[in-house]
Design a binder for this molecule. Structure first.
Ligand SMILES: Cc1cc2nc3c(=O)[nH]c(=O)nc-3n(C[C@H](O)[C@H](O)[C@H](O)COP(=O)(O)OP(=O)(O)OC[C@H]3O[C@@H](n4cnc5c(N)ncnc54)[C@H](O)[C@@H]3O)c2cc1C
Length: 352
């Protein structure tokens, strides 16, 4: 075991939640280490940033997202497809279309210029103690022991920090599949959302990205085996109703979306983003909640250090409304039928 590097805060995971939590803590004057296990992480994601994500980002990041991070087209309007008729409704709401791997790298780069010690190839192996916090990290030099006052678990849906804090808690997830297509058929540049209960309790989607089409579907309350069958049905419907089909499938990714009541953490260990279940189970949107929970984590650590109390106590209070909102969305998501989806699209059609 190599020597100890000591920091006030260690953040595990260099995705959006980790990068923003680390940045916020550094801006508040803490000595921060950000640990990312992969040298160039590429998380399965649609790479769509909502206006809410941008608002959260702008709270700590000066300036614009660099041009190079954007995909083509760089923005997409949202087009909802009715459950049955193949009719659609385009809403006047735009999302940003980014290359998710470059977006995350840019954020980590931004962090390192603002005083965060970004440790790449650094994987959390074990949380050996929570009070005070002690972790074992594996990097290219071997194993490293870190003592920190606060730990932020931002290590995604399969979080090791969470599993070590709550070993007996079953964390529910919704499996998701994405395929990258070269395709044939006419398609305008929209983010297409398909509601159809025969397909999934959530929704299926198409995202045009740099000349490729991402076709995705996620499906709560089912196992991974069902995903391929769901995708096959989605393809059949696309071909029959919209004459769209893949020429070739370039890549297939399987991952998951948290489908769970948020878990805030324990003592001075805080869970943010997917690790804590901060994701909208109705829309699948996670990046804005990852960032919002990360900002709340930074503020909580700062307040806790001044009050000399446990960080999670402050954090629980700060994220109370987000947690309640996300839980309500989950309840809605589990009860929607095709008629509800149709009414929702009709409502959007009138509203926009
Ligand atoms: C198929 C799919 C499509 C999606 N599309 C969208 C979308 O378009 N827009 C949107 O807003 N949301 C989308 N989401 C949700 C969104 O991707 C997540 O909510 C978001 O990535 C959560 O960010 P995070 O930083 O909490 O976790 P992650 O992005 O998962 O980052 C976790 C990081 O921790 C690192 N890590 C893991 N374990 C360790 C360890 N032991 N030690 C060190 N590092 C570790 C990982 O390498 C990774 O970099 C999608 C999800 C899926 C599954």
């Amino acid at each position: 075991m190599h020597g100890k590097l000591d920091f006030d805060v260690a953040v595990v995971g260099g995705g959006p939640s980790g990068a923003i939590a680390a940045l916020k803590c550094s801006l508040l004057g803490f000595k921060v280490a950000l640990l990312e296990k992969t040298p160039f992480q590429s998380k399965p994601c649609g790479g769509l940033l909502t206006q809410k994500s941008l608002q959260a980002l702008n709270k700590v990041v000066d300036g614009e997202i660099p041009e190079s991070v954007f995909s083509r087209p760089s923005t997409l309007k949202v087009c909802y497809v009715y459950p049955n008729e193949g009719k659609s409704c385009i809403v006047n709401y735009e999302v940003l279309n980014v290359k998710r791997d470059l977006f995350d790298s840019w954020l980590r780069e931004y962090d390192s210029k603002r005083g965060v010690k970004v440790l790449r190839n650094a994987e959390l192996i074990k949380l050996t103690n929570t009070q005070p916090v002690r972790i074992i990290v594996k990097n290219y030099r071997g194993h490293l022991s870190l003592n920190v006052k606060y730990l932020v678990g931002a290590d995604g849906v399969y979080s090791k920090v969470r599993r070590q804090l709550f070993p007996t808690v079953h964390f529910e997830t919704a499996p998701a599949i994405q395929e990258y297509w070269k395709w044939k058929g006419n398609l305008k540049n929209y983010f297409y959302i398909f509601f159809k209960r025969e397909l999934t309790r959530a929704y299926a989607y198409l995202i045009p990205k740099d000349g490729i089409l991402i076709a995705g579907i996620w499906t709560p309350r089912e196992n991974f085996k069902m995903l391929k069958a769901r995708m096959a049905l989605f393809k059949k419907l696309l071909k029959e109703k919209l004459s769209i089909e893949p020429n070739s499938v370039l890549k297939r990714e399987i991952w998951a979306i948290p489908y769970q009541h948020a878990l805030e953490g324990l003592g001075n260990v805080i869970l943010v983003g997917d690790a804590g279940g901060f994701c909208n189970t109705l829309t699948g949107e996670g990046i804005s909640y990852a960032m919002e929970s990360a900002l709340a984590a930074g503020e909580s650590i700062w307040e806790a250090s001044n009050k000399d109390c446990e960080a999670v106590q402050v954090y629980r209070e700060k994220v109370k409304e987000i947690v309640a909102f996300l839980w309500e969305k989950r309840e809605t998501a589990t009860s929607l039928n095709d008629e509800d989806c149709k009414s929702f699209v009709e409502f959007l059609e009138k509203a926009y």
